[in-house]
Design a protein around this ligand. Structure first.
Ligand code: CMP
Length: 146
């Protein structure tokens, strides 16, 4: 089993899409191992996206991510990283395939509804950025066939 970190971003939470996105997570066979509603500080957003610190969109990205509540989740599944990236679609919603979460809910490259880790290593690391070990429930219900 592999883990990935998902974030339902501020635009999707404010737009009232959290329930549908969480339902999709379950339908796609992920087990939710941790989840919370939180509003990041600018500093927390900068820490999470530190790898993008030199990019021109870093200020806009971290302003947006700290502007309103978001929902980080630790998801577990076989091939969790690749599967979640398939379900969410391309970073730019204009390029996202039909049926993906970004095609359905995202407005722009910056406000693109959801995040997904880009490797299994980052899935673990990013999960730890938001949750302590005791908040990640590793002995919960197994994946339920939807
Ligand atoms: P995410 O998967 O959270 O990882 C990094 C984020 O940076 C990405 O989604 C986008 O929201 C954002 N991003 C990437 N490229 C751009 C861009 N050119 N302009 C604005 N935001 C971007």
């Amino acid at each position: 089993m592999e883990r990935t970190l998902a974030i339902i971003k501020p635009d999707a939470v404010a737009g009232g899409h959290s329930g549908k996105i969480i339902d999709r997570i379950i339908v796609e066979g992920f087990a939710i191992r941790a989840m919370k509603l939180t509003q990041l500080t600018k500093r927390q957003a900068e820490g999470f996206y530190a790898v993008h610190a030199e990019r021109p969109f870093f200020g806009e990205l971290t302003e947006f991510m700290s502007s309103a509540p978001c929902i980080p989740l630790v998801l577990e599944r076989t091939d969790a990283v690749a599967k979640w990236r398939e379900v969410i679609g391309a970073t730019n919603p204009a390029d996202a395939a039909e049926g993906t979460i970004r095609k359905q809910f995202a407005a722009s490259m910056g406000e693109n509804a959801v995040h997904g880790s880009d490797s299994p290593e980052n899935g673990i690391k990013e999960g730890r950025y938001f949750f302590s070990e005791s908040e990640i429930v590793s002995n919960g219900a197994d994946v339920i066939d939807a």
